[in-house]
Design a protein around this ligand. Structure first.
Ligand code: 4AD
Ligand code: MG
Length: 466
């Protein structure tokens, strides 16, 4: 279907139909004029590139109208497509008619000038999509979401919608946000000692999910290969450039996959996504490479072309211990690796992505498949340059007794988990899966360095303004 009433700027810039009339609509990025002619750079978000409008000042446009065409204003323009005499663009529009939709006061429009800091743009998150940088990031974000669905659809996975509200907090992946319709103010006033959650909306204590995995496993043990792709919520107070309180996660879950096939899938999946970005987001990546990160394109290309290192946690810890580096957090067998350790392995030791496996069971979730050594589980974390952990996953423990024993050791209440354990009671099967943090992927693909800059409206501690 054609877009009603206009042609997209991305399309008109590729058009060879000079001499024909077109209608375009968009927001003014810049306007410069002399006595005879005005040049407007127009952008409609379909591409990083602007369309040049050439306005003959003596061409019957009122002075009042021309004055109102300022940075940030929105307009419709009709005119003739001609080859551009300027060097910046292949074609331009010789404007015949202009309709101004919305003005933007030059004194108060916050994006009047170019070159704002990313910190400042976070404070005007409602307007930052109109900048070159955020236009590029948001288009790449879309392309990656689309590519994720395409990859799984092409490979025989079903998209499973897992609930955002959950009564189980057994995943243990992070602190949870409570969901309730109980009136907290009234409970405080009545000095209630024990809150009766049977009176709450769902008749029990509920929270926002930290992961769709447990429900994903139910799907995999019926449809064989599923994936989830939705928002997840973690109430940790971690104010870092890599953590959000609300982030999107992709979680494939596969029956009949063991840890090796799980690693193969994770590696193939990430390489596909990076290659997709290189093939489909050429202009936006070139812009980000020029503006923010001169090594971006090279780094993306190198990930597509190199095999990931596969290494036992134990060997990883030995390398870190031998490194002689003084880390902020001490490293020893049994320690939960920090970003600084992960990045040392990836960026300094191996100089390529690393998949670490067979972690100590104490630092991993209850559902991971136990190894025969009694000490480690079949976990796998994929570690990336500049990011650290981008994927966390594992083969799952499919044996009911072993799983139950681990649950008891960890004192996890099973009353809300009976449905999960039923998968091990009825037709259990070896299975595996992982979770890719969508924004962590986008940090890597865009080269941005703060996770707040790869999601339109970031949710972090003390920040839910926009
Ligand atoms: O390692 P995590 O906690 O794994 C799980 O939640 C498993 N249930 C996944 C599975 O096996 N199906 O989280 C998975 C990924 C991390 O590797 C990271 O990329 C991302 O989710 N992530 C976050 N991204 C942004 N902000 C946060 N607070 C994140 N916490 C995890
Ligand atoms: Mg993890």
């Amino acid at each position: 279907m054609q877009i009603p009433g206009r042609i997209r700027i991305s399309d008109i810039l590729k058009s060879t139909e000079t001499g024909k009339e077109f209608t375009v609509k968009g927001w003014v990025r810049t306007m410069r004029a002399n006595k005879n002619v005005a040049f407007v750079a127009l952008n409609d978000g379909s591409t990083i590139n602007n369309l040049q409008l050439v306005i003959d000042v003596a061409g019957g446009f009122s002075e009042e109208l021309l004055k109102q065409i300022t940075t940030g204003s929105c307009l419709k323009a009709e005119g003739l497509l001609v080859e551009s005499k300027g060097s910046g663009q292949p074609v331009e529009i010789q404007v015949k008619n202009i309709e101004l939709y919305g003005t933007a006061d030059t004194q108060t429009y916050p994006l009047q000038k170019k070159g704002h800091s990313l910190e400042f743009l976070r404070e005007i998150a409602h307007l930052r999509p109109r900048t070159n940088t955020f236009g590029a990031v948001l288009r790449i974000r879309h392309a990656m979401a689309f590519a994720i669905h395409k990859y799984f659809n092409d490979n025989g996975f079903y998209y499973l919608h897992t609930p955002l509200i959950t009564a189980s907090d057994a995943e243990g992946a992070g602190a949870m946000f409570q969901v309730t319709t109980l009136k907290i103010e009234e409970l405080i006033k009545s000095e209630t000692k024990n809150i009766d959650y049977s009176q709450d909306f769902f008749g029990k204590y509920t929270s926002l999910t930290v992961s769709g995995q447990l429900e994903g496993e139910l799907g995999a043990l019926a449809l064989s290969q599923i994936y989830t792709f939705g928002p997840t919520f973690r109430a940790e107070n971690s104010n870092t450039p890599r953590h959000l309180a609300e982030f999107w996660m992709i979680e494939p879950e596969m029956a009949f996959y063991e840890i090796k096939e799980n690693m193969d899938l994770a590696e193939d999946f990430i390489k596909y996504l990076v290659k997709y970005a290189l093939d489909h987001c050429v202009d936006d990546l070139a812009f980000l490479n020029k503006m923010w990160d001169k090594e971006l394109l090279e780094r993306l290309q190198s990930v597509v072309n190199t095999d990931f290192v596969r290494l036992d946690y134990t060997e990883g810890v030995e390398i870190l211990e031998r490194s002689g580096v003084k880390f902020e957090y001490p490293v020893y067998w049994g320690a939960d690796l920090q970003a600084e350790h992960e990045r040392y392995l990836v960026e300094r030791h191996f100089k390529r992505p690393v998949i670490l496996t067979n972690y100590p069971k104490e630092i991993k979730a209850f559902y991971m498949k136990q190894n025969d050594d009694g000490k480690t589980v079949r976990a796998m974390d994929v570690l990336f340059p500049a990011i650290g952990e981008i994927i966390g996953g594992s083969q799952r423990e499919e044996n009911l007794d072993k799983l139950q024993t681990r649950i008891n050791e960890l004192n996890i209440p099973t009353k809300d988990l009976w449905w999960y354990l039923d998968t091990r009671r009825f037709g259990t099967a070896p299975h595996s899966g992982f979770g890719l943090g969508f924004e962590r992927l986008l940090l890597f693909v865009t080269g941005m360095s703060n996770i707040r800059d790869v999601i339109p409206f970031p949710r972090t501690p003390k920040n839910a303004d926009f």
